[in-house]
Write a protein that binds this ligand. Structure first.
Ligand code: ATP
Ligand code: MG
Length: 395
């Protein structure tokens, strides 16, 4: 029995004149993700994307799961192809559909004919197929035409008929690449991978920048950050990670400035280097995992002190979220267990005992003037190297 995967797209259908652009992007993304499961023909019709296996050995389950987790797909279902003949449609419905209805309370059948020469009308097909399925499941679940748990769809098209059941919710969002490119400030913590995921879900293509402080931070910390990048790239394709060393600047700051300002100055420094990286790699925004009030450097005033240096929008999708809410997403995207590995981050090297939580910008700038930051900035930027992380491994 030939099975075809049907994908519904959510917001793309609202895009009017640009719809075909979004559709093409989604088709390309789905194609890339399902290609590892065999040879498929992928085409769109009437706001539905069809994934049709071309050979016997295609892994339909693998492709189904891959499509379900592709940004831009809002629901997926499996469809059975049969000849355009009532006896065959009924036989397929009776043998294939009952297992999709297990555990449900009700269903209904909805038929649609694009081929108007088919001898039965849509309501007649619905009634007949509905009755047969009801008989095959022994009345459980029952039929409920007003508010069913699921809808079994029968479609009579040009060449064949299709029966599908059990539409499942998919990941949603917008196709990767449809909403520009952003630079994610990626640490090894819980928050920044979640922030990256949230923007990626809106169609943003990601680059990442990571600051390290070797040997105060370890190889293992870098490895952990790259593992997190791999998780993200599962959803949004290859990510270039730009790694910058802050070792020298941190040592200079430790010896020259008031300890209480250490974290703030470091964050300002990260902001400048991030903007430079974003400019070089064509990223129109920065993305951070900051959440209001979570730590000293994330009070309203502290955020202002770093934000004034930004030369492009800084997106902070977690700003109004509680830690528990953030952790729930981290678990769902499978980054949490990696994020909680206990390796140090450059922000935890030389941390002040009494960080400023209500800093005044003038005082911060005065403290900063004690050091020649521009030379250190050039030196740090020159230390940058890039790792590409994606399906083809790292290179
Ligand atoms: P996270 O869990 O993402 O590390 P956090 O709650 O520990 O966040 P901070 O350490 O104050 O908070 O960092 C705030 C944000 O600054 C991070 O979410 C991340 O976007 C960025 N950031 C922090 N450290 C680094 C780093 N070493 N490299 C790149 N970005 C960083
Ligand atoms: Mg952190």
């Amino acid at each position: 029995m030939k099975k075809i995967i049907l994908c519904k797209y959510g917001e793309i259908t609202l895009k009017g004149a640009n719809k075909s652009y979004f559709e093409t992007l989604l088709r390309t993304n789905v194609k890339r993700r399902v290609s590892q499961y065999g040879k498929f023909n992928i085409y769109s019709m009437q706001s539905t994307l069809y994934i049709e296996p071309m050979t016997e050995d295609c892994d339909i389950t693998g492709a189904y799961e891959a499509a379900k987790s592709t940004f831009g797909v809002s629901a997926v279902s499996l469809s059975y192809e049969t000849e355009k003949d009532m006896a065959q449609i009924i036989e397929t419905a009776r043998t294939e559909i009952p297992r999709h209805l297990r555990g449900l309370r009700s269903f209904k059948v909805e038929a649609k004919r694009s081929d108007k020469s088919f001898p039965l009308t849509s309501p007649e097909i619905s009634a007949e197929v509905g009755g047969e399925i009801l008989d095959a499941v022994g009345g459980k679940p029952g039929v409920n035409v007003r508010d069913p748990d699921t809808v079994v769809r029968v479609e009579i098209r040009d060449k064949k008929a299709y029966i599908s059941a059990g539409q499942q919710r998919a990941i949603g969002g917008m196709p990767t690449g449809s909403n520009g490119t952003g630079l994610l400030l990626l640490s090894g913590g819980i928050d920044s991978p979640v922030a990256g995921y949230m923007l990626a879900k809106r169609g943003v293509r990601l680059h990442a920048v990571n600051f390290e402080s070797y040997p105060y931070t370890s190889e293992r910390a870098r490895e952990k950050m790259l593992t997190l990048t791999e998780r993200l790239s599962d959803y949004c394709g290859e990510i270039q990670v730009h790694i910058i060393s802050l070792t020298h600047i941190q040592e200079v700051m430790r010896d020259a400035i008031d300890e209480d300002y250490f974290t703030l100055l470091l964050r300002r420094f990260m902001m400048k280097l991030s903007c430079r990286t974003a400019a070089e790699f064509g990223c129109d925004s920065l993305i951070t995992g900051e959440s209001l009030g979570q730590v000293a450097s994330q009070t309203m005033k502290a955020l202002c002190v770093t934000n004034v240096l930004a030369d492009r929008p800084v997106f902070r999708p977690l700003i109004g979220m509680d830690k528990e809410e953030i952790i729930a997403i981290a678990r769902s995207i499978d980054t949490f267990e990696t994020s909680i590995l206990p390796y140090e981050d450059c922000c935890t090297v030389f941390t002040p005992r009494h960080p400023r939580t209500q800093p005044e910008l003038e005082k911060v700038v005065a403290e900063e003037a004690k050091i020649d930051f521009s030379a250190l900035e050039d030196e740090a930027y020159a230390s940058m190297f890039t790792v590409c992380v994606g399906k083809r491994g790292r290179h």
